[in-house]
Design a protein around this ligand. Structure first.
Ligand code: NAI
Length: 728
């Protein structure tokens, strides 16, 4: 059988080549564990037999990436019953690396490609790290998947950098960095041209012959002191209580388990010897692996995002496309941002507004962002000038000639958008894609204004465009699959994540946010303490408290959208049922407190800065003597979103589960720790310990009985619960 780790010897140097024959990438599977253990045992035996015969050890990879980390699929299937087995497996893998680290020979990692998570942890067990001078990512990003670097990553980085720096720079945020930055952080030692990687590794081994320190880790040498001191050091001890406080601030009170376990493993491990520290680390890792949060976050940020990036929503059989010249109509807040991201991605951009002055103002937005990028060393001045030169501001439709991709972002009016497209379609290429950044208007109705409705599509960006990762692509009734593919290709070029949705009022994101905001505001009408509403949202894991978000979204705009929805229901002969939130919204508007924009809302503002909840709230919406269960408040906010998301799936507004999960996290702020609006249902943990769709459905029925029929489970959910199925 071919080994996952090959043992090659040349000139007294042992090369442990990571090259799992069963996969395209090396992962931390059983084959690796067995094979690495065998290789290290052989090394130790050979050293024992004739120490002088071996000069040192290289760890290298024959794959494109150095090592891809743990097998997440397998890990997500484990349950609390697997805890002891997992602990033993993790310990065995770590014992092998420990044996290598203390075998008495200099070990160098020759890193040719990405080394993330377990990959970097293998390299950290070496005494020296050399990296190829190519674009590749290094880091311990476990925290973003709800895990901790339990392959020795916590224990070793704490000993390399000290508690504070290891936690702040590496472990708690889990940045993925390029070689230069990794060197700056001290994670690696050398960067060399890719074709000199192995020779540099050999040269290092030759250069340290006879130097005993080169064959030991600092923490195994006599007189080693942990940088910044151990937790028993009074100065560090005085700082320690600040860490949990900082974590709570970072997560706004939401119960993220991974950073908590990382902190505990680092602090407890720093107070003890290396062997005990790695065991502590393994325990905290296993606790996360068998828990639900890791499964949620991995589902969303690894599997779902991976599926979207791999083109899961792109219609099949359409060759790749490339937008070359983009016509952006309207140089306001959105148009200016769309011009910037398009030009940065190398596209020619014509930015058209009603006056040249307005168009130039839109271009100035790019000037500001590019200046900042240059100042921060993220871009050269030369590159920034090139980006800027690609944006042509104008008030003249004629300059749009030759455009193959249109993104319209003028005021939100059907009439105006029809007028603009009537002019645009005369000058752009005859097969140009016609996209609108409308946030509320039905795509099918907007498409009535053009000759080619099949090429018409919604491209819904979020503000600020340069920062927000999501683009919601909306197919109208006549939109063809080519148009969807073209927009997906464009989003890939501008490095955004696309979801594809059907044409529904509010599409997916605005529709679901609407239910959430109404739920929060409706609580005020019930006499719930406003501070409790805000706290419940934050602790549930939403990025912004619900009343704060309402101020941003603007109650006047919400009323306009509500009136349109009401008119539509009535035009269909139905009866519109008002939501309890509407009376509160109407009252707030009457009081002149509609939004942050107007300087007054549920919050008070001074010079545009939020200063606190409005003191008049208590008088307008008196707080009731008995307050509802806090858990109910949290769950009402998450349930209402998940239930609406199920309805979107049921109606075909959403087509895939990855779109639902990723769209809900990136587009509507659904708590990331729950893995998205549908994963929340799949992994729902009821108070009685039951888990999954059935438990969620039962709880929805309970909420419906207490708070109203809006919590009634939709048919699709009832069916899944009845059949004992998950959303997959
Ligand atoms: P804005 O008011 O900042 O900008 C609109 C721009 O369109 C103005 O510069 C205006 O002069 C220009 N304009 C008006 N008539 C024009 C014409 N005939 N030809 C060329 N330009 C014309 O508005 P904003 O916020 O940028 O919104 C634009 C569109 O994007 C709207 O449809 C809005 O619903 C949508 N949207 C807005 C989001 C937001 O957060 N503001 C988010 C997503 C979509």
């Amino acid at each position: 059988m071919t080994e996952a780790v090959r043992y090659e010897v040349e000139g007294g140097i042992v090369n442990l080549v990571l090259d799992d024959p069963s996969q395209s990438a090396n992962t931390m599977n059983q084959a690796y564990a067995d094979s690495m253990a065998k290789a290290v045992d052989r090394l130790v035996d050979e050293i024992a037999a004739d120490a002088d015969s071996i000069k040192g050890v290289i760890i290298s990879s024959a794959k494109k990436t150095f090592f891809a980390g743990g097998d997440l699929k397998l890990m997500t299937q484990s349950t609390p019953a697997d805890a002891q087995r997992l602990f033993d497996e993790v310990e065995a893998i770590k014992a092998t690396l420990r044996k290598l680290e203390t075998a008495g020979k200099p070990v160098v990692a020759a890193i040719n490609g990405a080394a993330l998570g377990g990959g970097l942890e293998i390299a950290l067990a070496a005494h020296h790290r050399i990296v190829a001078d190519v674009r590749l990512e290094l880091g311990l990003p476990e925290v973003s998947l709800g895990l901790l670097p339990g392959g020795g990553g916590v224990t070793r980085t704490v000993r390399m950098f000290g508690l504070q720096d290891a936690l702040m720079n590496i472990l708690l945020q889990g940045p993925r960095v390029q070689p230069a930055k990794a060197k700056e952080l001290g994670l690696i030692d050398e960067i060399v041209p890719a074709d000199e990687l192995l020779s540099a590794a050999k040269a290092w081994i030759e250069s340290v012959q006879g130097d005993a320190d080169a064959a030991t880790q600092p923490w195994d040498r006599k007189g080693y002191r942990m940088p910044g001191g151990t937790p028993s050091n009074p100065k560090l001890a005085a700082n320690l209580p600040a860490f949990p406080a900082m974590l709570r601030k970072q997560t706004k009170g939401a119960h993220y388990k991974a950073p908590r376990n990382i902190l505990a493993a680092a602090v407890e491990g720093a107070s003890t010897d290396f062997e005990t520290a790695t065991r502590i680390e393994s325990r905290y890792l296993v606790e996360l692996i068998v828990g639900q949060q890791f499964k949620n976050m991995t589902q969303a940020f690894f599997f779902d995002l991976g599926a979207i990036n791999a083109g899961a929503s792109r219609p099949e059989g359409i060759p790749p496309t490339k937008a070359e010249k983009v016509a952006v109509l309207g140089a306001g807040m959105m148009g200016a941002g769309i011009a910037y991201v398009s030009a940065r991605a190398g596209m020619e951009v014509v930015l058209k507004d009603i006056s040249l002055e307005a168009a130039e103002k839109g271009k100035d937005y790019s000037v500001k962002l590019l200046d900042k990028a240059v100042q921060r060393g993220k871009m050269t001045q030369e590159k920034a000038d090139e980006v800027l030169a690609r944006i042509t501001p104008t008030d003249d439709y004629a300059l749009l000639e030759g455009s193959d991709f249109v993104v319209e972002a003028v005021f939100e009016s059907v009439k105006l958008k029809h007028e603009v497209f009537a002019e645009v379609q005369k000058v752009v290429k005859p097969d140009a894609l016609l996209g609108s950044n409308t946030s509320t208007l039905p795509i099918t109705i907007l498409a009535e204004g053009v000759d080619r409705p099949e090429d018409f599509i919604g491209i819904h960006f979020f503000s600020p465009v340069d920062k927000m990762p999501l683009v919601e692509i909306i197919a109208g009734e006549k939109t063809n699959p080519e148009a969807i593919a073209r927009v997906i290709d464009y989003t890939k070029a501008i490095k955004k994540t696309p979801i594809v949705v059907g044409d529904s009022r509010g599409f997916f994101t605005s529709r679901v946010i609407g239910t959430f905001v109404n739920e929060g505001i409706g609580m005020l009408a019930e006499g719930v303490n406003p501070a409790a509403i805000e706290r419940a949202t934050s602790i549930a894991g939403f990025p912004a408290p619900v009343l704060q978000l309402s101020d941003e979204l603007n109650l006047e705009l919400m009323t306009k959208i509500r009136n349109e929805a009401k008119a539509a229901v009535e035009a269909d002969g139905g009866t519109y049922t008002p939501h309890a939130a509407e009376a509160v919204i109407d009252k707030m508007i009457e009081l002149g407190r509609p939004s942050r924009l107007k300087g007054a809302g549920f919050y008070e503002y001074a010079d545009g800065k939020r200063t606190g909840l409005w003191s008049g709230l208590a008088e307008e919406f008196p707080v009731a003597d008995t307050q509802p269960d806090f858990e109910d408040l949290k769950e009402r906010l998450t349930f209402i979103m998940s239930l609406e998301t199920v309805k979107c799936l049921e109606e075909g507004v959403l087509r895939t589960i990855p779109d639902a999960n990723i769209g809900s996290i990136f587009g509507i702020g659904f708590p990331p720790l729950q893995g998205g609006a549908i994963q929340y249902i799949n992994g729902y943990e009821a108070a009685d310990g039951s888990i999954g769709v059935e438990a969620f459905t039962a709880r929805a029925q309970e909420l419906a009985a207490t708070y109203g029929s809006r919590f009634d489970p939709p048919a699709l959910l009832l069916e899944k619960a009845k059949n004992g199925e998950k959303f997959a």
